[in-house]
Design a protein around this ligand. Structure first.
Ligand code: SF4
Length: 149
């Protein structure tokens, strides 16, 4: 049976920044018959819950990995280290569980596959992955967006 990493909030875990889940019955249906490894990179990065809203400033998750962009909270705190730590721990769990695929929540500074917020905290978006999605993809894990399901 294939093992798959899945953003935990999509499965009903109340780990989103606002303390809510982002449960999606379509995702839960899709996961039936798969061995699911639920992960929340921001909880793994010890950011707590509820937590401030964060966005990537200066680029995408790929740029955070290369050191040319940062993850900033809405009150202006630099949380890049925590986001990197959560991404690395997610990758470690994925490798330890032999997950070849990750199914991830769109628009998150960690999990987004295709589109993130712009870093201006005004609702605007840019194309590109979050930090965890970028690291997983770079490391050979196939990343799927919730919107693919
Ligand atoms: Fe969901 Fe990912 Fe955000 Fe955690 S970091 S709440 S799993 S989108």
């Amino acid at each position: 049976m294939e093992r798959i990493l899945v953003s935990a909030c999509l499965l009903g875990r109340e780990c989103a920044y606002d303390g809510e889940s982002r449960m999606d019955p379509g995702i839960i249906d899709f996961c039936k018959g798969l061995e699911v490894v639920p992960v929340c990179p921001e909880m793994l990065g010890q950011l707590g819950c509820p937590r401030e809203k964060h966005e990537i400033r200066g680029g995408t998750g790929k740029d955070v990995l290369s050191g040319s962009a940062s993850v900033i909270s809405i009150s202006g705190k630099d949380r890049t280290a925590e986001f990197l730590s959560g991404a690395r721990e997610t990758l470690r769990l994925g490798k330890a569980n032999e997950c070849g695929t990750a199914l991830l929540k769109e628009h998150s500074p960690s999990c987004a596959v295709r589109e993130i917020h712009s870093g201006r905290f005004d609702g605007s978006t840019i194309q590109g992955p979050g930090v965890t999605a970028a690291l997983l993809e770079m490391s050979g894990v196939r990343i799927m967006s919730e919107t693919d399901v």
